[in-house]
Ligand binder design. Structure first.
Ligand code: APR
Length: 224
């Protein structure tokens, strides 16, 4: 069976990385216009680098949880053909052993140049006067897709969702497009695994409600 999985911040919540729109979520503490838009970066690159430097440090201290581990197991040991797409910018899926992770919103551990778009492994901390290793412009930025920018790998993602026998969304509020609209492309069965019904819950045929570290391992066990 071809299974396509889309994860959101809820899959990393129990690793301590928090989410965006829950109580105490990141967007209750920071103004996303200031730290997650190209305009915010142009206005105050130092503030944006500080924000992502802190998230990068948190990410390095966090550990993958049972949900990340279960998804890696699904890919590794099952006979199913699994495609894992994530909205998350942490590397917990990779550190749990997932081999191919499609980061549609970019990756905290990757840096890019705003001028030449070269990419490289991000240093622990980035600053506005860092020079691009390729073109030497003082224009380095986290390789994150900000609001108003085009998510990565959308053709590959659309194909993986539309060709799937089963499309599963895990730990996402389905508030942000195009990720929130992917369920509309699904031709096979659809399953939402979440702590609470998302904004797109009605578009899914099946639902499993509960914390990802409990529900995802049980769901994967049923497939192995
Ligand atoms: N287990 C399962 N689901 C959980 C858990 C948990 N332990 N904790 C929270 N959730 C669910 C919440 O119910 C919510 O529906 O995870 C979802 C998190 O929603 P958001 O905070 O909106 O995160 P996400 O959907 O990933 O946001 C999408 O928005 O800000 C942008 O680029 C950012 O990728 C992000 C995108």
């Amino acid at each position: 069976m071809k299974i396509t999985v889309l994860t959101g911040a809820g899959v990393s919540a129990e690793s301590g990385l928090g989410t965006f729109r829950d109580k105490d979520g990141l967007w209750t503490k920071y103004d996303l216009e200031e730290v997650a838009t190209p305009q915010g970066f142009a206005r105050n690159p130092g503030l944006v680098h500080d924000f992502y430097n802190a998230r990068r440090a948190n990410c390095m201290q966090a550990m993958p949880n049972a949900a990340h581990d279960a998804l890696a197991r699904l890919e590794e040991v099952s006979a199913h053909n699994v495609t894992l797409i994530t909205q998350n910018v942490d590397d917990l899926h990779e550190r749990a052993g997932s081999q191919t992770v499609i980061h549609m919103h970019g990756a905290l551990m990757q840096a890019t140049c705003a001028v030449c778009r070269a990419t490289w492994a991000a240093p622990l901390t980035m600053a506005p006067d860092d020079l691009c290793p390729d073109c030497a412009a003082p224009a380095t930025r986290p390789d994150i897709v900000w609001f108003g920018e085009v998510p990565y790998h959308m053709d590959q993602i659309a194909e993986a969702v539309s060709n799937a026998d089963l499309f599963v969304a895990i730990g996402t509020s389905a508030e942000v497009y195009p990720a929130a609209g992917l369920v509309e492309l699904a031709q096979g069965r659809t399953l939402e695994i979440n702590l609470a019904p998302s904004a797109q819950a009605n578009a899914f045929e099946d639902h499993l409600i509960g914390p990802a570290t409990k529900v995802v391992p049980n769901w994967v066990a049923g497939l192995l």
